[in-house]
Design a protein around this ligand. Structure first.
Ligand SMILES: Cc1ncc(COP(=O)(O)O)c(C=O)c1O
Length: 493
């Protein structure tokens, strides 16, 4: 329950006042508060440029907040039930890397599920941490990876009592959570920090009809994509912390390494305003949204060949809890893949889904979703049935992850070579390769490329998915083992 006046938007107010004050701008940015005319400006409107100031007097500094940014961050901490909040202008990716670099140093262990977003792997590269990967629970019916199992975590912790932190995803991209409260209790018994990727759960704390938020569960740090489900501009997130296990000074120093010295004031104003809106109206709007989503699921479940996943399904498939503002629809019984459905809905109905997997498509709703959007979604799904085939959709789920040859950081720094994808078997990957969305790497630096990986890559390519890596299509960057002299330097490498 918030204690402060959540209607306040101190940063937004201040930047508005500055932008409309008629200041003579002899500083950067070069558009001079919108005095440079362009097609871009006439489309966006002048106000966007009036708010786009760099570091004018009185507007505070994100790298060492003392004024209105500090005040706005305190309001955010209050709204999200944290002790401290830090505005992130480079997304939850920045928050995840910061959490890892704050909590774990080179060669120290972090217990982490393997189905993490690529930013967590990048956090391992930058920190030099040694990942102890946990296999998430796999739902073989839907072909997706879910949360982690408490008893397996206990075993992993007991085998690695020297680990510094446990990393948890709350919820997964698909909305499934693990028993976070018990995970926190267990990790804290062993003095380990709990770091939470809450990219898809920033709205959790605003209704008790949603899964528990990281802060409510007692986690130490959580990175929340305010842009994904709360309504701020894309790229804006918040890092939340609480408790005395977190070194706040190290958090700020790490953020300052990772962020621009010219943070966008529009981004920060957008965070300030989205937080206020959610704190004031969120509970009521989320509860209405949950009802609308439930009604939509019921309507979808009346359509032959389609199945909207319910909370009961998640409970029966070892999920701990489910975010009912997400709508997962299994389409494979129509003899089409989720990738087909994603494309058909876009081409025929102008509906943009969040993502597709082999068996399903995913809709991410928010307090900005309207009943009309959901009606169009149901209509679009009805259209899908025209594309029904007799094909048996290949059951595609890997139950294993590649073996690790070396720490991600070590592989990142090793000498490299580029091999054709078809020649990459048994090579050690030197880059993340992922399908986006969801951005969960199929292989990460330091893992041995096996047949499953090559098979997956060929499959996703055949489905027209966007495959992201650092290398030209058709090639993979791998470790040049013949020229690799392992560096046995000190602890900080
Ligand atoms: C599970 C998960 N974690 C982290 C991120 C990174 O969030 P952001 O895009 O805000 O940097 C994403 C983005 O898609 C994600 O899906």
């Amino acid at each position: 329950m918030a204690r402060l006046d959540q209607t306040k938007t101190p940063f937004f107010d201040k930047i508005k006042a500055y932008g409309t004050s008629g200041t003579t701008a002899l500083d950067v940015p070069g558009h001079k508060l919108g005095r440079l005319d362009s097609e871009f400006k006439s489309f966006l409107g002048e106000n966007v440029f009036l708010l786009d100031a760099n570091a004018p007097k009185g507007l505070d500094n994100l790298s060492k907040p003392k004024g209105v940014i500090k005040e706005a961050q305190e309001l955010a901490a209050d709204a999200f039930g944290a002790e401290h909040a830090y505005f992130l202008i480079n997304g939850t990716s920045q928050g995840i890397i910061t959490m890892i670099m704050t909590a774990v140093r080179a060669k120290e262990k972090i217990i982490i599920p393997r189905n993490v977003h690529k930013s967590a792997i990048n956090g391992l590269i930058l920190s030099g941490a040694m990942p102890i990967f946990m296999k998430p629970h796999m739902d073989s019916e839907l072909g997706i990876a879910n949360g982690i199992n408490l008893s397996e975590l206990r075993e992993t912790i007991m085998e690695n009592p020297d680990a510094k932190a446990v990393f948890v995803i709350n919820p997964t991209y698909f909305g499934v959570t693990s028993n976070l409260k018990e995970i926190v209790k267990l990790a804290h018994e062993y003095g380990m920090l709990v770091l939470v990727d809450e990219a898809h759960g920033a709205h959790f704390g605003f209704s008790d009809k949603l899964p528990i938020s990281a802060m409510e569960a007692g986690a130490d740090m959580s990175a929340c994509s305010i842009h994904k489900t709360v309504g701020s501009l894309t790229q804006t997130s918040i890092l939340l912390t609480q408790g005395n296990l977190v070194d706040q000074n190290r958090v700020q120093s790490t953020l300052n390494i990772l962020q621009s010295t010219s943070p966008s004031s529009i981004f920060m104003a957008s965070l300030d305003s989205a937080r206020s809106y959610m704190a004031v109206y969120g509970k009521e709007k989320l509860e209405k949204l949950i009802e609308m989503a439930e009604d939509t699921r019921k309507r979808i479940n009346k359509l032959k060949g389609l199945r909207a996943i319910t909370k009961e399904y998640i409970y029966n498939h070892k999920g701990y809890d489910y975010d009912e503002t997400k709508i997962m629809v299994q389409v494979s019984d129509l003899g089409i893949t989720g990738f087909d459905a994603y494309n058909i809905l876009s081409q025929d109905c102008n509906i943009q889904m969040e993502l597709a997997e082999t068996h399903l498509i995913l809709a991410v709703l928010s307090i900005g979703t309207t009943q009309e959007d959901l009606d169009k979604f149901v209509e679009g799904l009805k259209q899908l049935r025209k594309y029904k085939t007799d094909k048996q959709i290949r059951h595609k789920i890997r139950f294993t992850y590649p073996d690790t040859y070396e720490r991600p950081r070590e592989a990142y720094h090793a000498p490299k070579k580029y091999v054709r994808v078809e020649d990459a078997l048994n090579e050690v990957a030197a880059e993340n390769i992922m399908v986006y969305p969801p951005g969960i790497p199929l292989v990460i630096p330091g893992e041995i490329i096996n047949e499953d990986i090559l098979d997956d890559l060929a499959f996703y390519k055949s489905q027209g998915s966007t495959i992201l890596s650092d290398t030209e299509d058709g090639y993979i960057k791998v470790v040049d083992k013949d020229n690799w002299i392992k560096y046995e330097g000190d602890l900080w490498n």
